[in-house]
Design a binder for this molecule. Structure first.
Ligand SMILES: [Zn+2]
Length: 387
């Protein structure tokens, strides 16, 4: 059974240990030490990183009673080695993890909800609660959580004897009866947990509840604490600052300014669509049918929607109305008919205008590569089967 040094001292960053065993496994080396400060992956939290001897710690897993370190290089069994934690990473995780205790303790006290899912990755932490919370609820929790940070409450981890444990009210995801490690944060939270924590709530730093969404009948909250909350704030600030400069408005008016801009863009898009239709319609109206078909070329800026609009109107003037609009390497086309089955004839039409496309009985769309005169000649002699 590996001795868990992190259990007693979460700030231990270097330690010496004896190599119990080492086995090659899938390109890595599974190493068991007699004791370790590396916290293994578990409870939604990633494993610690660092080095043991000259080897990098790639992963750490709890396997039975043993903690297995997956290393980049082998170690010799029986030798003494030095372990070094990536403590900057560990401290961030302790800030986030302890902050989660504070928030979950307050959520439990105010709303009677439990933490039923937890994920702590890099720059990302989520907590799932088994009931619905509003933004206003979460703002209230966030304020109280940051007050608990400011009070710099002691964080204690203990193994109470079974009799004492019976009398303690604590949050727990599992029905544990022996060797229960109780983590207490002042009067804010009391929870069964085996992970490393900071030793006072002040070390958590800022607690920020970010986005939240409905999840499995409750809510999933994204939150960050300490250094990661600061980094997130810095990114947000930089983004908001750039937006406010671009819009030439104060930061707290940027959202309304974007809303106004969206409204203006929407109105412009509507106006442009109307003008495109008028352009395409004028191009159609300026042409006369030749034989069975009315073939027209609309300005390039019209686009397919306007082309389709003009073709629909042109179908009243000829058996077949074929509209073209320049695109890179040729044309896009829309061909309509109230009388002919264009879907059945699309292969012949595409062959005649070097085109690709298809569609419905009354309308086909696609692209064509033939030159304008060849296209005009094709439709001048086009004799559709009228049904
Ligand atoms: Zn914990």
């Amino acid at each position: 059974m590996t001795e868990k040094l992190y259990d007693q001292d979460s700030f231990l960053r270097t330690f010496s240990a004896k190599v119990v065993s080492c086995a090659a496994q899938d390109g890595r080396f599974a190493v068991i030490l007699d004791r370790t400060a590396f916290f293994p992956q578990g409870g939604g939290q990633y494993a610690d990183r660092g080095t043991v001897g000259d080897a990098d710690v790639l992963d750490v897993q709890m396997e039975g009673d043993e903690i297995v370190h997956y290393l980049s290089a082998p170690l010799e069994a029986g030798t003494m080695v030095c372990g070094n934690l990536d403590f900057a990473l560990r401290f961030r995780r302790m800030q986030n993890h302890t902050g989660e205790h504070i928030v979950s303790g307050i959520v439990h006290r105010l709303f009677g909800l439990d933490n039923v899912g937890f994920h702590l990755g890099d720059g990302d932490m989520t907590v799932d609660y088994n009931g619905v919370l509003s933004r206003a609820d979460l703002d209230r929790v966030e304020t109280l959580a940051n007050e608990a940070v400011a009070q710099d409450l002691p964080v204690r981890a203990e193994y109470p004897d079974p009799a004492l444990l019976e009398s303690i009210q604590y949050r727990s995801k599992l029905e544990l009866t022996e060797n229960v490690r109780i983590v207490t944060i002042g009067d804010v939270d009391c929870c069964a947990c085996c992970a490393p924590h900071v030793t006072s709530s002040g070390q958590v730093g800022c607690i920020k509840i970010l986005d939240f969404e409905r999840y499995k009948g409750g809510v999933r909250c994204h939150m960050l604490c300490g250094a990661e909350a600061l980094e997130d704030y810095r990114r947000m600030y930089t983004g908001m600052h750039a937006i406010s400069l671009l819009l030439r408005v104060p930061r707290d008016e940027a959202a309304q300014a974007v809303e106004r801009m969206q409204q203006t863009l929407h109105e412009r898009a509507y106006e442009i669509a109307g003008l495109q239709r008028e352009l395409a319609l004028a191009a159609m109206q300026n042409e006369q049918p030749v034989g069975n078909a009315l073939c027209f070329f609309a300005p390039a800026q019209c686009g397919m929607d306007a082309l389709r609009y003009a073709v629909n109107r042109g179908m009243e003037r000829a058996a077949v109305c074929a509209g073209f609009c320049a695109v890179q390497n040729g044309w896009q086309y829309c061909i309509g008919s109230a009388q002919a089955d264009l879907r059945a004839q699309s292969r012949a039409i595409n062959a005649g205008i070097s085109g690709r496309g298809g569609g419905q009985r009354s309308m086909i769309q696609g692209t064509a590569a033939a030159d304008a005169q060849s296209i005009r000649d094709f439709f001048a002699h086009y004799e559709p089967e009228i049904s």
